[in-house]
Design a protein around this ligand. Sequence first.
Ligand SMILES: Cc1cc2nc3c(=O)[nH]c(=O)nc-3n(C[C@H](O)[C@H](O)[C@H](O)COP(=O)(O)O)c2cc1C
Length: 346
Amino acid sequence: MRIGPYELTSLREDMPILTLAPMAGVGNWVFRLICARLGARLVGVEFINCRSIGTASRKSLQMLDFSDAQIYADTGISLLAAQIYGNDIDLIANGAREFERRGAQIVDINFGCSVPKIVAKGCGAAYLRDLDRLYAAVRSTVEAVSVPVIVKTRIGWDEDDINIIEVVARCADAGAKAVAIHARTVVQKYRGQADWSWIGRAVAATELPIIGNGDVLDLDDARRMVDETGCAAVMVGRAAMANPWIFSGRAGAPLRERIDLALEQLRLMAEYKGERVGVLETRKHLALYFKSLPKTSELRRRLLTTASLDELATLLAEWRHPETVEDADLTLSQSEAATLAWSGNG
Ligand SMILES: Cc1cc2nc3c(=O)[nH]c(=O)nc-3n(C[C@H](O)[C@H](O)[C@H](O)COP(=O)(O)O)c2cc1C
């Protein structure tokens, strides 16, 4: 897949190009790096309001920390796509300029957020109801930056107003270099099933690379999405929160590896955001790593209720102990085991 000057390839021939979806509260510096290291070819950032970019609050400065992009540039393992949203086209363009100054390799405009509070202000998916405004936002952003601009959106407002084909055409005319499509309508939010057929129709109607998104739970789904739609890459959101190993082509990882990753993520987050915030923001996420494993409900319960970094590290280290691992009889599910064998644990 080509996005402006960048050529993206899949990690392995038998895998599609996988990307980490932009996710608020999830796509922080540490998790992005983890996913990139595991094989995500492009990592999304938590979306950033164009109005918060000029403020010097610690939170917004941290959200604007794209220093991991330099690591991706040095190693070539991934690309960082920083996402902006807002209702003021000039502020979006200015914000994009700031993203570029801070190292983002790609600017992503959010036209897909369906949260009522955001849509009511004319941000996110509200643009799907005014394609001239959508065009103007993409155009002025493309003119403001030298890095490629991409768009993330939904298939339309509701089932009677599915306009993704026109949206993609307007994005292409305005100079966007790719469009990521979450194959649900705005009204659907996260209900029902993503309708991938619209991804296929968009692919057929445009020269732009289309990144397919919605309900990809594992590698088989990702392959199926490419087979059924012809999309250039597959964007993974919720499934990656519990299983970032998906990016290396695996259905999961054995308990010890999950614990090692959890410990690393926790320590980095505490270092990065300070112990209190780092632990609070991470422990819920870490609990997801153990959800698919049997006999880990006690570990998850304690993860969710422990506030100190030291205690959490001790807890995880205890669970890593060979006897605990044996006692817990942590057999992988059949599909996990099959994928691990197939991917040579790599
Ligand atoms: C916790 C969470 C936060 C999200 N935040 C964003 C966001 O900031 N920007 C965006 O474009 N989409 C956001 N999304 C939507 C995802 O990028 C993705 O489109 C959606 O989850 C469907 O993909 P999935 O089925 O692989 O999860 C978010 C989704 C979740 C679950």
